[in-house]
Design a protein around this ligand. Structure first.
Ligand SMILES: [Zn+2]
Length: 435
């Protein structure tokens, strides 16, 4: 079902007009209330009244995670602190966490977009909803909680961890919808199997999964192990938390961005230039309606592509692909952006190959050379005849060229021959270029 039909099925021209007027109001508001933005606009040589159309957004400066950290804790808030009814924070790997705030209206908007996510993912009013996202400073648990209550679901606020208890509650309360990370969904299925329970007999029918990157291969595995349709949910605390976008269960082909609240751009991570639909680049969001902590052109570091074409579910909102990687992981080979996850997406298509691979980049004079070494699947015959190996390498090379757009040399190596680091993990990329 579609939770908010007028908003989610709006003709795209009307949507663009709504976004433009919200953008104008936003720019005036932050210019007035947030010194950081006023100074950033001055440095960029842009005045609020010059932002009239959506295309004008390109005149506005970026906001980055470091800007939030530099103004810790409340320096970027656009309302007095006593109008903030909620704080959340993300754990920083280095130093201070990133703090985000919500007004009462922000909390309501957040619940609305999370209700849209649950509806897109197959949830309906009256369903029992098993919410296994973490509660607390992390946005996942409470964001989904409020969305589910708004919809009128029966929320089980189980939070993360304690898999034994989770299985017990799923058995007793018979939830139809679950939300958690994709890896935890697999953990639950495996824990059920380990206890002699058939996970295919669980009551769950729909799984809204996110908060970590995942792949189509994982989706297939989850849908094979459990009686669910699995959809992706995307969000980040700097923009709102969960609820920025969600896949529809009808198509399962990209997450509809709630563009009436979150204006999305996909840009080249190096040049900042906008990229056309279908091309992978960095996701950039502008919050059009948020009061306490609006962000302008926030650089997420997440890599995905955008598809604005109509969807069979009836929503007109553009769809973003699964996040294929982070800008920090991007390689530049002969001027082309290459992501290790693109290579991985090809490797998993070949049953003869294991998911253990390594990328090696060398430079001969001025020309970059990329080679991928992939371990053969140990369940195969191991000593595959050389001519079959060569044929396989040729097929993988061809498929990689289609996905990545450049020639990559492929070498299939024997199982276990690539070096593992201490944690058993592979060092995926060896860059031997000297400059
Ligand atoms: Zn759809």
């Amino acid at each position: 079902m579609i939770w908010n039909v007028p908003a989610e099925t709006m003709p795209r021209d009307d949507l663009a007009a709504l976004q433009a007027s919200r953008l104008q109001a936003l720019v005036r508001r932050v210019d007035e209330r947030v010194p950081f933005y006023r100074q950033a606009f001055e440095r960029a040589g842009v005045r609020p009244e010059q932002i009239r159309t959506l295309a004008d957004i390109r005149r506005l400066p970026w906001t980055r995670k470091t800007d939030l950290r530099d103004h810790y804790p409340f320096g970027l808030f656009a309302v007095p602190r006593d109008q903030v009814v909620r704080l959340h924070a993300s754990s920083g790997t280095t130093g201070k966490p990133t703090v985000v705030g919500y007004t009462r209206a922000d909390v309501q908007m957040w619940a609305e977009v999370c209700a849209r996510c649950l509806a897109a993912g197959g949830g309906r009013p009256g369903d029992v909803f098993h919410n296994a996202y973490g509660y607390g400073l992390f946005t996942g648990g409470l964001g989904m909680h409020y969305g589910a209550e708004l919809m009128g679901m029966t929320v089980v606020p189980v939070s993360g961890g304690n898999t034994e208890r989770q299985l017990l509650l799923i058995g007793d309360f018979q939830p139809r919808v679950i939300a958690c990370t994709p890896s935890y969904m697999l953990t639950l299925a495996e824990a059920a199997l380990a206890r002699g329970l058939d996970p295919r007999r669980l009551s769950l029918r729909f799984a809204v999964l996110g908060a970590e990157p995942w792949t189509e291969a994982m989706r297939r595995q989850i849908e094979r192990l459990l009686p669910v349709r699995a959809v992706n949910i995307y969000g980040l605390s700097e923009v709102i938390g969960p609820g920025v976008s969600n896949e529809c269960v009808e198509a399962q082909q990209g997450s509809h961005v709630f563009e009436d609240h979150f204006l999305v751009e996909v840009v080249d991570p190096r040049s900042g230039e906008p990229l056309p639909p279908g091309e992978v680049g960095e996701l950039v969001f502008t919050t059009l309606t948020k009061e306490a902590l609006p962000v302008i052109r926030y650089r997420t570091g997440d890599l995905a592509s955008l598809d604005p074409s109509p969807c069979r579910c009836g929503r007109t909102l553009a769809r973003m692909s699964l996040v294929v990687g982070r800008t920090d992981d991007m390689l530049i080979i002969r001027g082309i952006n290459v992501f290790p996850s693109q290579v991985e997406s090809v490797v998993v298509q070949f049953p003869e190959l294991s998911p253990h691979y390594q990328l090696r980049i060398t430079r001969e004079r001025t020309l970059d050379d990329l080679e991928v070494r992939i371990e053969a699947d140990p369940s195969g015959d191991g000593g595959a005849a050389a001519d079959r190996g060569a044929a396989l390498e040729a097929r993988v090379t061809e498929r990689l060229r289609g996905v990545v757009g450049i020639h990559i040399r492929v070498r299939v190596v024997s199982p276990g021959s690539l070096p593992r680091s201490e944690g058993g993990k592979l060092r995926r990329v060896i860059d031997e270029r000297t400059s």
